[in-house]
Design a protein around this ligand. Structure first.
Ligand code: NAD
Ligand code: WQD
Length: 338
């Protein structure tokens, strides 16, 4: 099977390409390198021993996408490409709607033209808004509190409408919880540009000495230690979830929706402690005000993915923090510019 991976040079996409190659699936990467570096390709090739096809292009370029789908005889698409910073989406909503919503519509139109009818889309637990309870099942109501989240919700709605009109397609919406961790080789990992928005990359940059101190956004939430609780999932488990989706429903007509999470919640302070244990480094922190838009707790009920895809997350919090530290300590400044 040959799969076009939009955004395949990014954090989750690169790890998914490695797992695909291990499963005998051939990825063709399509990425404009807006938020990733050329060095990722070499690292994937180093870790897997496979040469990869990489097309540098923008998903809003329908002609290039259509040509790529046809010339590579693509069977299915995994669609990671998009913008993902919540705060930036508030400042630049049009860019988010253009990249994430319009970009997906262009991709689907190109797939239609090329006759490719199987799509796996990177959605997010953000579509559950502030959930009334936890754990969250796929039938919970959806909502959005910022343009990034709204763009994911809009794409889900567009794809649902599209599927009604085109029931012979297989469309899978994967709602990720909080991806963390790195490839165990230490060759690939998360490499945010500028100040990290997310907890784990910030913690690991403090541990490696790139930043002085973590700000913990509030310790007065109604959670056991007062800090926010999330469902952190190892990026390699998440990557495997895409392969399970491709293999189990990728050729099945229908609109399929799955949570990809572990089913366990961990607090900010638990994550800091786990990271200190894995790295042997101290992570100084100070408690500051809550971050606007944050929720108290969020974790998945992942049982639907287990029942229908035979997938579950296998890696522990220790694996997540140990692998993150291996990547961060081997690559303190992230990927090199080549
Ligand atoms: P990332 O930024 O590391 O990867 C995205 C990739 O897409 C980058 O390589 C970027 O260069 C590319 N890209 C962006 N716009 C493009 C365009 N117009 N044309 C072609 N390529 C483009 O992000 P990630 O963390 O790997 O996330 C992948 C997907 O998963 C995104 O859609 C994101 O919204 C979703 N997601 C991420 C998280 C998370 O916490 N990382 C959680 C839930 C969902
Ligand atoms: C986790 C916890 C923070 C940074 C975001 C997006 C979501 C999804 C994943 C894409 C929270 C706390 C964080 C810091 C902190 N992305 N924190 N200090 O907010 O669950 O989700 O990323 O779809 O859409 O909203 O993840 O890693 O930002 O925060 O105390 O410097 O860590 O308050 O409790 P979040 P996160």
């Amino acid at each position: 099977m040959k799969v076009l991976v939009t955004g395949g040079m990014g954090y989750i996409g690169s790890h998914t390409c490695i797992q695909m190659l291990g499963a005998g699936i051939t990825p063709v990467i399509f990425d404009n390198l807006y938020n990733s570096k050329q060095a990722v390709l070499q690292r994937i090739e180093k870790v897997t021993g496979h040469r990869l096809d990489f097309v540098k292009g923008d998903i809003r370029d329908k002609a290039l996408l259509t040509k790529t789908l046809k010339t590579h005889a693509i069977d299915a698409v995994i669609h990671f490409a998009g913008l993902k910073a919540v705060g930036e989406s508030v400042e630049k909503p049009l860019e988010y709607y253009d990249n994430n919503v319009n970009g997906t519509l262009v991709l689907v139109a190109a797939m239609q033209e090329a006759g490719v009818k199987s799509l796996v889309f990177s959605s997010s637990a953000t579509v559950y808004g502030d959930p009334a309870s936890v754990p969250i099942t796929e039938d919970f109501p959806t909502s959005a509190t910022n343009p990034y989240g709204r763009s994911k919700l809009m794409v889900e709605e567009c794809l649902t409408d599209f599927h009604h009109a085109n029931p012979d397609w297989s469309i899978t919406l994967l709602r990720y919880f909080n991806p963390v961790g790195s490839h165990p080789s230490g060759e690939l990992g998360e490499d945010p540009q500028g100040i990290p928005n997310n907890l784990m990359p910030f913690v690991s940059q403090v541990a490696v000495g790139r930043r002085d101190c973590l700000s913990v956004f509030g310790n007065d939430y109604p959670t056991p230690d007062g800090t926010g609780v999330r469902d952190y999932i190892h990026v390699v488990d998440l990557a495997d979830g895409h392969i399970a989706a491709l293999e189990n429903v990728g050729a099945k007509m229908g609109l399929h929706i799955y949570n990809l999470g572990t089913g366990n919640g961990s607090s900010v302070l638990e994550m800091v402690k786990a990271f200190e244990a894995a790295s042997g480094k101290q992570v100084p922190y100070q408690v500051v005000a809550r971050r606007a838009g944050d929720i108290a707790e969020c974790w998945a009920d992942p049982s639907k993915a287990m029942q229908e895809l035979g997938w579950k997350a296998l890696r522990s919090l220790d694996d997540m923090t140990t692998d993150t530290w291996r990547w961060q300590s081997n690559n303190p400044q992230g990927y090199p510019d080549i």
